[in-house]
Design a binder for this molecule. Structure first.
Ligand code: AMP
Length: 176
């Protein structure tokens, strides 16, 4: 399924470090039909109406913004801490070495808003799970997450499902 889209994603071995197979979606973005088809299939997989599509910096912004248009939703930016100009709330998450922090404007989402979380790729799910915690802290109703690419062997999508989310992706690659 979606082999047409999978063929547009380039794999770059050993980036950013040895052993990582980097799934480069910039080649899909360069293909007008491939990008439009990706957004159409993500829109078709969306469950029920959503008020906001939350995108994770930086590649998640591209898919969140494009998907928000057919869904008639707004776009909520989840950014690396320190980038947003207004008052923010933040959430920490563990990396292989150390921690990182993502943030959103504290007034970006009124309690009860239905939010669809979007990123280009889910690997371990650390980033997406922190985003869900952040959105729920703001009072958002987050019931679905969508990704262009899943790396299922890393367990991120299953970890999100364990937190009561429906998780969809268009393409999966084995391994790292
Ligand atoms: P994670 O928090 O482990 O789910 O990592 C997700 C984030 O890291 C996404 O925003 C991806 O853009 C990026 N990422 C992780 N692994 C890869 C990979 N193999 N290829 C491309 N991007 C990746």
């Amino acid at each position: 399924m979606n082999d047409d889209l999978k063929a547009l994603i380039r794999t770059i071995p050993d980036f950013p470090k040895p052993g990582i197979q980097f799934r480069d979606i910039t080649t899909l973005l360069l293909n007008a039909e491939g990008f439009a088809t990706s957004i159409a299939r993500m829109a078709a997989a969306t469950l029920g109406p959503v008020d906001l599509v939350a995108g994770i910096e930086a590649r998640g912004f591209i898919f969140a913004a494009a998907l928000a248009v057919p869904l008639k939703a707004g776009v909520l930016l989840i950014r690396k801490d320190g980038k947003l100009p207004g008052v923010t709330i933040a959430e920490d998450y563990a990396l292989e070495y150390g921690t990182d922090r993502i943030a959103m404007h504290e007034d970006a989402c009124a309690p009860g808003k239905r939010v669809l979380l979007v990123d280009d790729l889910i690997a371990t799910g650390g980033t997406a799970r922190a985003a869900v915690r952040l959105l729920r802290k703001a009072g958002a109703v987050v019931e679905q997450a969508q990704f262009l690419v899943d790396l299922p062997d890393l367990g991120g999508a299953d970890a999100l499902r364990a937190e009561a989310l429906s998780v969809d992706s268009l393409v999966a690659f084995p391994g790292h």
